[in-house]
Design a protein around this ligand. Sequence first.
Ligand SMILES: NC(=O)C[C@H](N)C(=O)O
Length: 310
Amino acid sequence: MTDLLPVVVVHGGAGFIPKERSQLSISGVCAAVQTGYAILKGGGSSMDAVVETVIQLENNPAFNAGCGSVLNVKGEVEMDAIVMDGKTLASGAVSAVRNIANPIQLARLVMDKTSHACLTAEGANQFARSMGIEEVPQESLITEYSRMRWRKNLAPDANPVESQMGKAGTVGAVAVDLEGNVACATSTGGMLNKMEGRVGDTPIIGSGGYADNQSGAVSTTGHGETIMKITLARLILFHMEQGRSVEDASDLGLACMQSRLGGLGGVVTVDPQGHWAAHFSSKQMSWAAAQRDIMHYGLYTGEHFTQSIN
Ligand SMILES: NC(=O)C[C@H](N)C(=O)O
């Protein structure tokens, strides 16, 4: 074991966060990372840490996941989520799921209780019911802000992708526990004004996230159609397998996404030794990390604040 363990790193979405919302975003990731860190310090698993961290972000209306999700073109909430366990390569995901407060919890149940990797739409909801997960009214997941943006982007001259990279807020976490096991979790409402039934990168293994004890764990955010084409999470771990550091590998993955397809995004990355990175090619990404009783956080490129955790 290295003295870099345990560690948890969280993101609150790549994009451009308007000034009036940036404080909400920063305080949200900072609170969530401390929840995950407390679990790890208490001897909890990296899987428990990333799931509890993401649940907290899903419950926070400042982010595009759970309550606060962006709306599809019909003004409805359809969400995607994934978890992956680096020790066993077990993974679980849900896509286009509705009326669920915490899709990440459902993704974990897909991993733990089924022989499948992903359940979608109504089938995922049926499974939720069978597991006793309460369904919530759609209204409880919709904020005034998400409805306002949906309306604005219905205009014929609107550009929802640009607007989203304007104000994204997918959430994700990666962690390494005291035993050196890595895990990832990612959850999102997807892209603003997406078509009904659209499935993004988030629930796709190797795109929205990947975790493998032999290399590390990644959770991604950004334009999903682009992330999927380069399987961003797996691409970063490939570079780490070739001997690159978490930082170099994260940059190489993001650079490939930008140079090949013009896509912007962000990632949080760890290796099993506890080295970590929170990198992005977008203008901003709210992120926070906790390690050695110190919290690190930032929003703009190059920004890196620290604060002790007591
Ligand atoms: N902002 C995001 O990260 C969106 C997410 N990657 C998606 O395309 O569904």
